[in-house]
Design a protein around this ligand. Structure first.
Ligand code: F6R
Length: 369
């Protein structure tokens, strides 16, 4: 049942191109108009929404952090993202014009379920993004958009994460369409970019041997840091989470702009620091800033592992290890940039002798608070 792979996690990483394609299937028709039939909240209600709040835990929370960038950029609706376990204990401001998006692979995570119940009690409408048909979270929501990742068995979430991102992008585009902030041609362009993602992920998967080799060379390290900016920041958080849960190493993700506000003090000789570099096209100011961040940490002895787009030559002089990803529009870059981090964590965990499908102390779905 592992389809020839040693671990479910490896199989699930390899299934990502299909998971992404399946999640797009039937939802985009190439005419530039989206139909998300399962979103049973009427267009007129969606037009009235003045706030979006995303609630989720763990990896699903990271997909929400990325979704915020797309939602605010494409819809101009303010969007907050909050850990489900924090959300309902702070008396959040919610009403009928709040759209709450609950993201959950299993659909059974107790904290997320309690958050959505609280939101509905306050009159908010809840849209679930979920991978498990008929599970509790979608059953208790007003609407659901299913991710079509197929069953995810490994405890560490991989393919579900990529499909959560796709679902979030689709919801963001749909809201943009309904509210008139995004139109036919623009939507068509993003949809076209999305349909190229399965191929791009396949390409990344085909070039992972150096990443595995690098991972094996770091088994004796105690700490790995991850840096990113913009959508690369949540990608850094996700890379760190994967490493903690699988390799049992101290790993932390930071916004690169925060370095000089504290974390740079952690940099010492040979400390591995993984940096997710935004595209040099588009918001190039972000790119320039991160290149100087890489310079700064390298000057202090860090061993830099740089994830950058093909053709990005500016990073080359400062990269001790360079991991190339295909050219992808900025907002969609997490769909490709996350993949090497999954492979990295999986290989490092295996090399340390850990059981990657069943990490210690963790359960696939957390049905207690
Ligand atoms: C990390 C991981 C967990 C889950 C989290 C939420 O790899 O798997 O952090 O993402 O427990 O689970 P769901 O998505 O089922 O609500």
């Amino acid at each position: 049942e592992k389809g020839g792979y040693d671990y479910f996690m490896l199989k699930e990483i390899a299934e990502q191109p299909k998971a992404v394609a399946d999640t797009l299937l039937g939802r985009v028709d190439g005419t530039g108009s989206l139909s998300l039939d399962e979103v049973r909240i009427s267009d007129s209600e969606l037009r009235e929404m003045d706030k979006i709040v995303i609630v989720a835990c763990g990896t699903a929370f990271h997909s929400g952090l990325i979704a915020k960038y797309a939602i605010e950029h494409w819809t101009r609706i303010p969007c907050e993202v909050e850990l489900a376990s924090e959300f309902r204990y702070r008396d959040p401001i919610l009403d009928q014009q709040t759209l709450v998006i609950a993201i959950s692979q299993s659909g059974e995570t107790m904290d997320t379920l309690m958050a959505l119940r609280h939101a509905r009690e306050q009159g908010a409408r809840v849209l679930a993004i979920c991978n498990t048909n008929g599970s509790t979270i979608p059953r208790e929501s007003d609407a659901v958009l299913y991710t079509h990742a197929g069953p995810e068995i490994a405890v560490a979430s991989t393919k579900a994460f990529l499909t959560q991102l796709v679902a979030c992008y689709l919801v963001a585009l749909y809201l943009g369409q309904v509210r008139g902030t995004k139109w036919g041609d623009e939507i068509r362009a993003v949809v076209r970019d999305l349909t190229r993602i399965p191929g791009a992920v396949e390409q990344v998967l085909g070039t992972m041997e150096p990443v595995r080799e690098l991972a094996r060379s770091l088994t004796a390290k105690n700490t790995v840091l991850f840096l990113g900016r913009h959508v690369g920041y949540p990608v850094a958080l996700e890379g760190a989470l994967k490493l903690k849960e699988l390799a049992y190493m101290h790993a932390e993700g930071f916004a690169a702009g925060e370095l000089k506000h504290g974390p740079i003090a952690l940099i010492e000789q040979d400390l591995p620091v993984v940096v997710v570099v935004p595209s040099p096209r588009g918001r190039s100011v972000l790119h320039d800033k991160i290149v100087s961040n890489i310079q700064e940490i390298r000057a202090r002895g860090a061993r830099t592992v740089v994830i950058a787009e093909e053709g990005d030559e500016a990073v080359v002089p400062y990269a001790d290890h360079l991991i190339r990803i295909p050219v992808t529009p900025t907002l969609l870059q997490p769909l490709v940039a996350t993949v090497p981090l999954q492979v990295f964590a999986c290989e490092l965990a295996t090399a340390r002798g850990n059981e990657v499908d069943q990490p210690r102390n963790l359960a696939k779905s957390v049905t207690v608070e």
